[in-house]
Design a protein around this ligand. Structure first.
Ligand code: GUN
Length: 310
């Protein structure tokens, strides 16, 4: 391994430390802490883990965190009514509806529920209002994962202005906002996806390569220009030992931890990339911890903006 490892766990701790005095000042000035409502519908196991982490970290940071947990039989109309109630609650500054919503709610459910959130409380940055503000580079609430990636790049002194950034993945949650944020920092940005011809050759022109595909180990050394900064947004769970051996080799300590737990988390970037890249984000411990730290920052920002607007 030659690449510098960009430590997201450490930066997330720094971001939390930076929030503390602001949270304390807000609470003292307004007689209440910033409030975050987490809506969890259905029984997706990963969503339960993520929402549990968000609740814990929010409470540790001094926020009021309410969890609204509902079964996957919740009708869409009831979910919309819950969002309307939270929109009207003066003690709630941020609303996060955990995705994915249960398939039984219908194909339009996520769009309709996210559309119902007051943009001033949209701490995910998913509403059309906040996406439009991002595109126009105006103040607004920005999707947490790409915002965390920018924070990591900037604080690790990775040069963005003038760089060629290739973002693999075009999701509304990561790929598109990631591309916008890099553009606003003066990168030349290419968004690549499953229909992009000769993806490895294109990716290998990138100074900054962001992988947000959701396929374990998809980005191999053939995708990487020597010295490039490779950001791994993927969080994939390997459950077969043969896959873990292929990833890390038979002598890796990761194999022992896999055997103890029955699974291990890996990114979209193959570990062999560390021999080619100049800098990489690890999985776990890279982008993941930053997403929750940025959620807290967005919630505090939303609270400060709301009180300043009366
Ligand atoms: N599911 C996976 N990532 C996210 C996220 O950033 N926000 C929400 N609301 N749901 C998610």
């Amino acid at each position: 391994m030659s690449a510098r490892v960009l430590d997201g766990t450490r930066l997330a701790a720094t971001l939390r430390d930076e929030l503390h005095p602001r949270v304390a000042a807000f609470t003292a000035a307004h007689g209440r802490p910033p409030g975050l409502a987490l809506v969890l519908i259905g029984d997706d196991p990963a969503s339960h883990v993520y929402v549990g982490s968000k609740r814990r970290q929010g409470a540790d940071a001094g926020f009021r965190v309410d969890i609204h947990e509902h079964p996957d039989t919740m009708p869409l109309e009831d979910a919309l009514a819950l969002v309307a109630t939270l929109n009207a609650d003066p003690g709630i500054d941020g609303i996060l509806v955990q995705s994915p919503l249960p398939a039984g709610m219908g194909p339009e459910a996520a769009r309709r529920v996210f559309d119902a959130i007051d943009p001033a409380k949209d701490v995910d940055g998913f509403t059309a209002e906040n996406v439009g503000r991002l595109v126009q580079n105006r103040p607004g609430l920005v999707a947490c994962t790409p915002a965390g990636v920018i924070e990591l790049l900037v604080r690790s002194d990775v040069r963005i202005a003038g760089a060629h950034a290739v973002v693999i993945g075009r999701s509304d949650i990561v790929g598109k906002p990631m591309a916008m944020l890099l553009l606003h920092r003066h990168a030349t940005v290419t968004i690549a996806h499953s229909r992009t011809p000769d993806l490895p050759a294109l990716a290998a022109t990138a100074d900054i390569l962001v992988a947000a595909i959701g396929r374990p180990g998809f980005v191999t050394p053939a995708f990487v220009k020597p010295g490039a900064c490779v950001v791994d947004v993927g969080i994939n769970r390997l459950t077969r030992e043969a896959d873990v051996v292929e990833f890390f080799g038979a002598a890796s300590p990761r194999l022992a931890s896999f055997r103890a737990r029955g699974s291990t988390l890996v990114g979209d970037v193959h570990p062999a990339v560390a021999d080619v890249a100049g800098a990489i984000t690890p999985v776990p411990g890279g982008v993941g911890p930053l997403t929750i730290a940025m959620l807290m920052r967005n919630t505090l920002q939303a609270a400060e903006w709301r009180v300043s607007q009366g």
